[in-house]
Write a protein that binds this ligand. Structure first.
Ligand code: 4NP
Length: 159
């Protein structure tokens, strides 16, 4: 079966993109359509390779019933050829990705908040230096974006 491959990207791959990965997987599992997807996340930097997500992001996720257990990895040029959707969390992530490689003609390469209605910024805020509130805000933003992204994919692919 042809799978839809979705990759979320941020700077460290320990806060925003693992949260997006975990949330999107959760929504896909709830809809019982996991077999149609490959879902992953990656960093533009090499700061946290092999690490679990930040404990504050894991705690916020757990408070919403989502376990984050991915390990940090760095984006590779070939990810642009392998994934149907490459979704940076902010504009600087997008710039950094374009320094690493080039999207394929068919790659959907759009900022995460393009799937949010009435977003007040193009960027998912980086919570790394913020308080606990910042992590909950990121969760709420990503929930709407992931939900709308999943609706779009289901409509496009017909499942
Ligand atoms: P993320 O957050 O890009 O959402 O994973 C960050 C994680 C680590 C760092 C910066 C942002 N850092 O500078 O180590």
């Amino acid at each position: 079966m042809q799978k839809v491959k979705v990759l979320f990207v941020c700077l460290g791959n320990i806060c925003r993109s693992p949260m997006a990965e975990g949330l999107f997987k959760h929504l896909v599992e709830e809809a019982s359509i996991s077999e149609h997807f490959v879902i992953d996340s990656a960093a533009t930097s090499n700061y946290h390779i092999g690490e679990l997500p930040d404990h504050r992001m894991r705690q916020t996720a757990a408070s919403h019933g989502i376990i984050l257990d991915s390990r940090g990895r760095q984006f590779r040029q070939k990810d642009f050829a392998e994934f149907d959707y490459v979704i940076p969390m902010d504009k600087s992530n997008r710039r950094n990705l374009l320094d690493i490689g080039k999207p394929a003609a068919t790659t959907v390469f759009k900022l995460m908040r393009e799937w949010e209605e009435d977003a007040d910024s193009p960027d998912v805020p980086d919570p790394y230096w913020s308080s606990a509130d910042g992590f909950e805000e990121v969760y709420q933003i990503l929930l709407e974006c992931c939900s709308n992204l999943l609706d779009e994919i289901r409509e496009k692919y017909g499942f």
